[in-house]
Ligand binder design. Structure first.
Ligand SMILES: *Cc1c(COP(=O)(O)O)cnc(C)c1O
Length: 349
């Protein structure tokens, strides 16, 4: 019999959202409700016969024009998922521990398994990352600590001062990774977090999939200390981001006004939905993202709500995989879909 390696045989596949009927409205994957910048859509690429720029030069330039980062430490990936996977494989292997928080990004668990490392999680009793719990779980085997801020699926955010406190208290040989996939929706000044990168032990990841409305283009980036970038780079696929996606990404980054408009419109819809859900007694943590986590008093109530929403062709993300079976996660989507989500849940209450 042909056998895979034991770590792969023992793995489950990554649990993507079940999008059901293609005619349904997907509110399950936190994609933007708004189109990307018209400048991104107009990004013309003359020559598709050539391989893409393996150094993502124009994309990196656009990132450095708009963020306080050193272009030499920038890596670009086919989505930040590619970067997260390669980063874990570069810095953790069998016998090592990757530390994350209870409701941290599930893909980190998959990527740690792919690397043969152990994924350890600390509790989030208040649905937000607890820095002291992470610090208390560090062992001599800990290689990487992952914090998703703002968090997915909780939507909650940690003040940046807490991240600085975490970094200062972690052992110097532990790599801190801050996944900032939703940072554009969080109005904190992110410069202090980028400043950690220059100290040599922290990586910050970002994506164009959410606030820039380019999930289909597959483009993400990581601000790394240059020596760390060099190691991760060995594991990336060469020519990993298509020429067109690089051009679209650079154009979208250079249209910060459009991104800010997406963020503002998303926040207005999010506040409106949040108010209606809280008014019927549902628990909804404050969100600094483009989604809301909605909690029912018990799992059967959440299942009834999910069934009623699906009946209306509205697909939210079930949270069993995260250990929150009494919750659903709703991406902030089209205005009419938001109104239908609220009305459906009001009828059930
Ligand atoms: C959406 C998301 C990403 C981004 O993934 P891409 O591969 O860049 O599309 C990363 N981390 C978290 C927590 C996310 O929710």
């Amino acid at each position: 019999m042909i056998r895979p390696v034991p770590t792969v045989a023992a793995m489950a596949s990554y649990a993507l959202a079940d999008l059901g009927d293609p005619a349904a409205v997907s509110l399950a994957q936190n994609e933007s409700a708004f189109a990307p910048s018209p400048r991104a859509l107009a990004a013309a690429v003359a020559d598709q016969a050539l391989y893409p720029d393996p150094d993502w030069r124009d994309l990196r330039a656009a990132i450095a024009e708009t963020h306080p980062v050193d272009p030499d430490g920038l890596l670009c990936g086919a989505g930040s998922m590619e970067l997260i996977g390669c980063l874990i494989r570069a810095f953790a292997g069998p016998g090592d521990e990757v530390l994350g928080s209870q409701y941290g990004y599930l893909f980190v668990a998959t990527a740690a398994q792919q690397a043969g490392a152990r994924y350890v999680q600390t509790p989030e009793p208040r649905l937000r990352v607890e820095v002291d719990a992470l610090l208390g779980a560090v062992t001599p085997r800990t290689r990487i600590v992952f914090v998703c801020n703002p968090g997915n699926p909780t939507g909650t955010r940690l003040p940046n001062a807490e991240l600085l406190r975490l970094r200062a208290a972690l052992p110097p040989d532990v790599l801190l990774v801050v996944d900032q996939a939703y940072a554009e929706f969080d109005d904190q000044d992110h410069a202090p977090v980028f400043a950690l990168v220059t100290q040599g032990r922290t990586v910050v990841t970002r994506t164009l999939s959410k606030a820039y409305g380019l999930a289909g283009a597959r483009a993400g980036w990581a601000a790394c200390p240059p020596t760390i970038a060099a190691e991760i780079r060995k594991l990336l696929n060469p020519n990993n981001i298509p020429t067109l996606s690089q051009a679209m990404g650079a154009a979208a980054l250079r249209d910060q006004d459009h991104m800010r408009a997406i963020v503002a419109k998303t926040a207005a819809r999010r506040h409106a939905l949040c108010d209606r859900l809280r008014a019927i007694g549902l628990e909804v943590p404050d969100s600094a993202t483009n989604f809301l986590l909605i909690r029912w008093p018990d799992t059967p109530a959440a299942a009834r709500a999910d069934a009623a929403l699906q009946e209306q062709g509205l697909i939210l993300r079930g949270m069993r995989g995260y250990g929150l079976p009494d919750c659903l996660r709703a991406t902030i989507g089209p205005e009419d879909a938001m109104a239908r989500v609220a009305a459906t849940l009001e009828q059930l209450s």
